[in-house]
Every structure is written in structure tokens, then in C-alpha cells.
Ligand binder design. Structure first.
Ligand code: HEC
Ligand code: HEC
Length: 511
């Protein structure tokens, strides 16, 4: 069974335990057993629903994802991101067929996978709207000054564009706020992956003393009490969940909102679409099919953007929609070169893979290392591993972030230490920062093997400047030897991953 489900059942079981008094377990001591379990149950954490409070089934509006691969015809037919429609559905309480509203969410081009949704927290419009209101409401912070949007601002690519975040009372955090864009796809949340779901994650900030909590009393109890003091919120929680606001249901609502925050339809996605359409054409015409991105595919994408006067996509590439159409040819060639470097010589795809450009795991690039050493402040994934499960190779490892929408999310890396994409490329070109646990994919393993062999044979080998020996272990960072032009083309390719800004219905708190 999934751990979240188990936790919820546990919560229910605790309440049941309270009712039954655990009589058969503690027969001689029934009163005491009841008192003990009463202390354990906190109705601010979770409550079992009162079905009578819930809105009728026919009024609930489910949100249904549609991606280009889940349902091509439907995806093609949908006009916008948010599409209202009606459907027939069977009310599970009465067994009768009813007509009800639904919303079809058209996932942006390039995001073909349907994001996972926990079975205990299905998407509905009412829950989404509640989550959206909570996301933008400073009520979650002790002094009502900071909301989720303070640090994950839709107008700043759902980040705060700062090396570290500022929480209540001007407190500075220790790491850079990652974007919420496409976080619906993450296997782990946070730089060190310490949360397994958006539901888990959203419970963090309201009790984090640097972010939303002033340190007085029990953080979540107070959050829930503040929300319960607002009759409008209470009414909505009862209709949606059948309970007054609890930590469980606040987390569910916010996670629901986050599951609609996407970035896609970048020039790269459009070039990939152009490629697939070209391949179909070539196959129909009986030609030899080239199932690889070509310059022509990038050119098709660029021409389409000029025809639409697509300012977002073109300015991302530093092109003027009104005057630069003649440059499309040259830029298409450079984009193809950048793409080939990304998947080839620069091997960025060793970690940044798939639709969201992440392998959903953790790597040590040496971000934060000085003079070959990395202090415990940058322990990353290693610190999040529970005792009994520590893996030294994860010391200094952080989650591979998405590479979509980078132009809105500078500065880069968990500590915001790289200010521009050019700086990021220089960082990789020199092989990252040497330290005892530099990721194997960042190292020159051949050179390391030669060093060990030479040592065994008693020969002396001169190490490159950037290498170090730690307790007899050699670490030789892999330099990429990119030329100036190659670096520029790689940056241009990253700029072509800038997606459309999220639809105003999601990004604008007033819509
Ligand atoms: C004071 C600034 C601040 C506030 C307020 C804040 N966050 Fe964050 N958020 C951060 C920082 C910093 C991180 C990274 C922390 C880490 O990885 O250790 C983060 C991480 C996240 C992540 C994980 C993304 C990823 O790629 O791993 C999500 C999702 C998120 N926050 C959503 C929220 C939500 C929802 C709220 C409101 C309940 C919220 N945040 C409030 C600063 C903030
Ligand atoms: C060994 C795995 C690995 C390889 C190879 C790799 N990356 Fe990364 N990338 C990461 C990880 C992990 C981070 C976050 C590191 C940190 O903050 O400590 C990251 C961060 C980034 C960031 C910053 C994103 C942000 O939101 O802060 C960019 C940009 C980036 N990588 C681009 C590239 C490019 C371009 C290449 C190829 C030259 C590349 N990466 C190769 C794993 C990798």
C-alpha cells in the first residue's frame, strides 16, 4: 500500500481507536487507554469526513488532463488550456446517471505524460480554486505577511529570483527557491528530496521558522485555527472535504493547485512536433525517414513563431518578432548545434532527461565547494537520508532541476551561485567543483583508472590542476573543452526551452 494511504488510514484508525477505547487491548485499564489515545489524536491534523456536509456529486467539477499522447484528437480539438464541458456520470450514492460539468486541462505541447495524482486527492475545480486562494493568501504565515506566492511568484517563473528566500520578519533561508512549474512531475520535492509528494511538501513552509512560522506554539495548529476563523473558508472545506479545515485538507487543496502549474510549448517542443510531422510525411511519401531533429525542424518552429508574432518564444532567443525573420535560418542552425552538444559532447542529458529535463535523482556537482572541500551546509541528499540508510556518495548531491523556463528562474543552482546561463556553462566546462564526492558522471573515469594503474605500478603521473586526491582516492573532474561558439549555442538551446507563461487562469490570483 502507498505510504500516504497508510497514513490516512492510520489517522482514521486512531479516531476509531478513540471511539472503541481500545477495550480489548487494555481490558483492565480501559479509562487510561482512552485518555492516552485521546492525547494522540489531534483534530487539527485530520478528520474523517461527514458525508452530509459534502456538495452533491453532480455539483463536483472534475479536472481531467489531456495530453497530446493521451488523446491526440481531443488534444487537437481543445482550444485553450482550460476547457469547460459537460459529461454524463453515475452518482455513486444513487446509482443514477447525472449530467455534470468537467474541465479538460490541455497540457502544453511537450508535456506528454499525464502527471500522477494520488488516488486520495482527485482533482476538482472547487478544490483547485480553494488551493489557489490558499496559495496566494498570507494567512498561512504567523504574522500574515508571507504567502506561497511571495517566494514562488507567478510573475517570476514561480520563484523569487533570489539566491536565498526572505520569509517572515525578513528571515533569510539557506537555499534558492526552486520553481513550482512542472513540480507535478517530480518524484521528489525539495533540493534534497525530503518530501515525496506535493501534499508532503506544502506542509513544510507553514512550520518553517525561516519561511512562514514565528516559532510560537504549534505551527500547524495555529495555521488551521486561523483558517477555521474564516467562515467563508470553513464553508468551502466542508463542501469539498466534508470536514472543517485540517492540516490534511489544506495540504490536499494546495497540492491540487500546484498540479496545474505548467511550462511547455517551447521552441524546442515545437521543433520536435515539426520533426514528428515531417517523419509522418516522409513515411507517407515512401522516403527514407530521418527520425532526428534537423535544422529544417527548428526552422519550421521559428517561422511559425514569426508568423504568430510570438513575443515570448522569440525574445527568449533574443529575436525581435517584427524585424528578425531573416535571422531564422542562422538561428535554426545554431539551435541544432546546441541541441547536438546537449545530447552529445556536453552530455547534459546524462542527468537532464525526458520531458521535464530531469532524471529525478540527485548528483554532486560540487556546488558550494571551496578549495576542494564541501562543508556540511551543502550535504544535500545525504543529510535527508535517515540514519541506517546514509550513502556517502550522496554527500553534496542535490536534485536535478528541470531546465524549462530558465529565463524566469535565475539565479541558478541550490545556492543561487551561478547568476547567468553563461556562468552555468562555464561551470560545467571546467568539470564542476572538485570535492571528495563529485558525481561519477562529472568525472574523467578513464584518467582516474590510469592514475590508479600508474600508482600500482609505482609510476608517478602528473594530475591535472583541477584534480585532487582524498585518502588515496583520486577525483578528476571531466572538462568539456567547449569552444566559445559551442558555449553560445548551448546557451541558445537552453533559451529555446523557455515555455509559454502559464495561463492567466492559473497564474493570476484574481482570475
Ligand atoms: C520564504 C520563502 C518560501 C515560502 C513562503 C514558500 N516557499 Fe516553497 N520553497 C522555498 C525554498 C527556499 C525551497 C527549497 C527548499 C529546499 O529545497 O530545502 C522551496 C521548495 C518548494 C517546492 C519544491 C520544488 C522542488 O523543485 O523541489 C515546492 C513545490 C514549494 N516550495 C511550494 C511552496 C508552497 C505550496 C508554499 C506555500 C505553502 C511555499 N512553497 C512557501 C521558499 C519558500
Ligand atoms: C551529473 C548530472 C548532471 C549533468 C551531467 C548536468 N547537470 Fe545540470 N544540474 C544537475 C544538478 C544535480 C543540478 C543542481 C545542482 C545543485 O544545485 O547543487 C543541476 C543544475 C543545472 C542548472 C541550474 C538550474 C536551476 O534551476 O538552478 C542548469 C541551467 C543546468 N544544470 C544545465 C546543465 C547543462 C547545460 C548541462 C550540460 C553541459 C548539465 N546541466 C549537465 C545535474 C547535472
Amino acid at each position: 500500500m502507498r505510504s500516504r494511504q497508510r497514513w490516512l488510514l492510520g489517522c482514521g484508525a486512531m479516531l476509531l481507536g478513540l471511539l472503541l477505547g481500545g477495550a480489548w487491548l487494555f481490558q483492565g485499564n480501559r479509562q487510561q487507554a482512552v485518555a492516552a489515545s485521546a492525547q494522540k489524536v489531534d483534530d487539527h491534523e485530520c478528520l474523517l469526513p461527514n458525508e452530509n456536509w459534502k456538495m452533491p456529486f453532480k455539483d463536483e467539477i472534475p479536472i481531467i488532463y489531456v495530453s497530446r499522447s493521451s488523446d491526440p484528437a481531443k488534444w487537437e480539438a481543445l482550444k485553450s488550456f482550460w476547457n469547460e464541458a459537460t459529461e454524463k456520470a453515475v452518482d455513486p450514492k444513487t446509482g443514477l446517471e447525472v449530467q455534470r460539468k468537467v474541465v479538460y486541462l490541455k497540457l502544453p505541447l511537450g508535456l506528454n505524460t499525464i502527471p500522477p495524482v494520488p488516488p486520495e486527492n482527485p482533482l476538482t475545480v472547487q478544490k483547485w480554486k480553494l488551493g489557489k486562494d490558499l496559495y496566494f493568501d498570507p494567512i498561512l504565515s504567523s504574522d500574515r505577511t508571507v504567502s506561497c506566492a511571495t517566494c514562488h511568484d507567478p510573475t517570476k517563473g514561480y520563484t523569487d529570483q533570489s539566491p536565498v528566500s526572505t520569509g517572515i520578519a525578513g528571515n533569510k533561508g539557506g537555499v534558492s527557491a526552486p520553481t513550482v512549474l512542472n513540480s507535478a512531475y517530480h518524484v521528489f520535492q525539495f533540493w534534497d528530496g525530503r518530501a515525496a509528494s506535493l501534499e508532503d511538501q506544502s506542509q513544510g513552509p507553514p512550520q518553517n521558522a525561516l519561511e512562514m512560522f514565528d516559532g510560537e506554539g504549534h505551527a500547524w495548529r495555529r495555521v488551521v485555527e486561523r483558517i477555521r476563523a474564516e467562515p467563508e473558508y470553513v464553508k468551502r472545506f466542508k463542501a469539498i472535504f466534508g470536514t472543517v479545515p485540517t492540516r490534511d485538507t489544506v495540504a490536499k487543496a494546495i497540492a491540487t493547485y500546484e498540479r496545474t502549474v505548467f511550462s511547455g510549448n517551447s521552441i524546442f517542443d515545437r521543433a520536435e512536433l515539426a520533426m514528428r510531422q515531417r517523419v509522418e510525411r516522409e513515411a507517407d511519401e515512401g522516403k527514407a525517414v530521418q527520425q532526428e531533429l534537423t535544422k529544417a525542424d527548428f526552422l519550421t518552429a521559428l517561422k511559425g513563431a514569426f508568423a504568430k508574432k510570438d513575443t515570448t518564444a522569440l525574445t527568449a532567443l533574443k529575436l525581435d518578432p517584427a524585424n528578425d525573420a531573416a535571422k531564422a535560418e542562422e538561428i535554426a542552425g545554431r539551435l541544432l548545434n546546441g541541441r547536438n552538444l546537449f545530447f552529445g559532447k556536453a552530455r547534459c542529458n546524462a542527468c537532464h532527461v525526458g520531458e521535464n529535463f530531469t532524471d529525478n535523482t540527485f548528483h554532486n556537482l560540487g556546488v558550494g565547494a571551496k578549495d576542494g572541500e564541501l562543508d556540511a551546509k551543502h550535504a544535500g541528499r545525504y543529510a535527508a537520508m535517515p540514519p541506517g540508510h546514509k550513502q556517502p556518495e550522496f554527500f553534496g548531491a542535490f536534485k536535478t532541476p528541470t531546465l524549462r523556463h530558465l529565463l524566469s528562474t535565475a539565479p541558478y543552482m541550490h545556492d543561487g551561485s551561478e547568476k547567468t546561463l553563461e556562468e552555468v556553462i562555464d561551470f560545467y566546462d571546467r568539470g564542476g567543483n572538485v570535492n571528495p564526492y563529485l558525481d561519477v558522471k562529472m568525472r574523467d573515469e578513464n584518467a582516474e583508472r590510469q592514475w590508479y594503474r600508474a600508482k600500482a605500478e609505482g609510476r608517478v603521473v602528473k594530475l591535472p590542476d583541477q584534480a585532487r586526491v582524498y585518502d588515496g582516492r583520486v577525483i578528476i573532474p571531466l572538462k568539456l573543452h567547449l569552444t566559445k561558439e559551442e558555449k553560445a549555442d548551448l546557451v541558445l538551446f537552453l533559451r529555446a526551452l523557455q515555455g509559454d507563461d502559464p495561463d492567466p487562469i492559473v497564474a493570476d490570483p484574481k482570475k
